[in-house]
Ligand binder design. Structure first.
Ligand code: FA5
Length: 349
């Protein structure tokens, strides 16, 4: 092509635009649309071909012509999109007329997400205790030996430490907490000498032989109430109310004497089996009872370590395992499902 002037090129561009618009209005399916696109806007298309001649223009003229070309390109792209939409809706309309689309069919339902059972059980527990005036208090999952044991009346070498199979860290004196009870000391040291009514939920870790009812990571919810006249009857009342709300009214409970270094006296609370209502079944191993939690009156030495004078204050504490409760409440036969990362678990309830 000989030397072209600016006017020549602009004229060519305008011509391409008119041709392209004409062709576009005649395209009526997606193959024609895509052929049209390569013919006019593609890398080897007419618009690009014209722009190759910009070299014959002066440096001032080039950007001016470039702008004209670009405006045309933008305009054609917009027209292309409008044309595609028109074709799509015409196609749909044609299908509808032909009867191949049944517009009266109901939509496809979305599968809604579900909360994990552990989350649901924890929230139930929070709600029940909130109604009794208990606030949530969080404490660390990695604990010092002092908080996990010593402040709970287990000095170094105390034999009761063996009740918890402990994960030790490589840092001497640091352990993964084996229970939520160290949170008692955190709460007391923050609030002493004010009265306390808290629950302390969270993950705990034990070097366990894992089986259908034992995990090495599981949840606990601790409870702690401290005041001038807190009694064992208060503990029983709170726990009975909890059991009735959590597992249905009319539950029967029994308190068995037990031992924890940080409570005195100590008990374990059983409820009549929620599966067989106390008649005896595999879940309760034919005893009619299910163990619910450990509890007791806060040991005077633990009160003292927490900053309360045992002469003027008393308290109760309890520690329950929400994962074990979920097994019973939802009739699940293996605790390992909870953290096995299998979404079918969520479909079961
Ligand atoms: C304790 O851990 C005490 N800290 C509870 C306590 C708190 C007593 C305050 C007195 C006062 P225990 O080891 O029994 O106690 O555990 C409490 C609950 O955690 C059990 O009743 C059970 O529901 C749950 N649990 C214990 N071990 C496991 C495990 N390996 N997997 C799942 N749940 C468990």
């Amino acid at each position: 092509m000989g030397n072209m002037t600016r006017e020549d090129i602009v004229q060519q561009l305008e011509q391409v635009r008119r041709d392209a618009e004409m062709a576009l209005s005649q395209a009526s399916n997606s193959e024609q649309i895509s052929a049209w696109h390569s013919e006019y806007l593609g890398r080897k298309g007419q618009l690009t071909a014209i722009l190759r001649n910009l070299g014959s223009l002066s440096p001032e003229e080039r950007p001016q012509v470039g702008k004209v070309a670009n405006d045309i390109k933008v305009a054609l792209e917009a027209e292309l999109q409008a044309r595609q939409e028109a074709i799509a809706s015409a196609d749909l309309e044609a299908m509808r007329r032909a009867g191949s689309v049944d517009v009266t069919l109901p939509g496809r339902p979305q599968a809604p997400g579900k909360l994990h059972i552990t989350t649901r059980t924890l929230r139930d527990i929070y709600t029940i205790f909130a109604e009794m005036g208990f606030q949530i208090y969080n404490s660390p999952e990695v604990e010092t030996d002092e908080y996990n044991f010593q402040l709970l009346n287990m000095p170094p070498g105390h034999p009761a430490r063996d009740m918890w199979d402990t994960f030790y860290t490589t840092t001497p004196g640091l352990v993964l907490r084996t229970h939520t009870s160290p949170g008692q000391a955190w709460a007391m040291r923050e609030y002493a000498p004010e009265p306390i009514r808290v629950i302390l939920p969270g993950k705990v870790y034990r070097y366990e032989a894992v089986d259908a009812s034992h995990e090495s990571m599981f949840y606990q919810v601790e409870g702690l109430a401290i005041g001038k006249h807190v009694t064992f009857s208060d503990l029983k009342g709170v726990l009975m109310n909890f059991a009735n709300q959590m597992f249905g009214q009319g539950r029967h409970a029994r308190f068995r004497k037990s031992y924890f270094p940080f409570t005195e006296p100590s008990v374990e609370m059983d409820i009549d089996c929620v599966i067989c209502n106390g008649k005896g079944c595999p879940v309760c191993k034919n005893t009619g009872w299910l163990e619910l939690l450990g509890a007791g009156m806060v040991h005077p030495r633990v009160l003292q370590y927490g900053g309360y004078d045992p002469a003027g204050f008393s308290g109760f504490a309890f520690g329950m395992g929400p994962d074990r409760m979920s097994l019973q409440k939802y009739g699940i036969d293996d605790i390992r499902y909870f953290f096995a990362n299998d979404a079918r678990m969520l479909e079961r309830v």
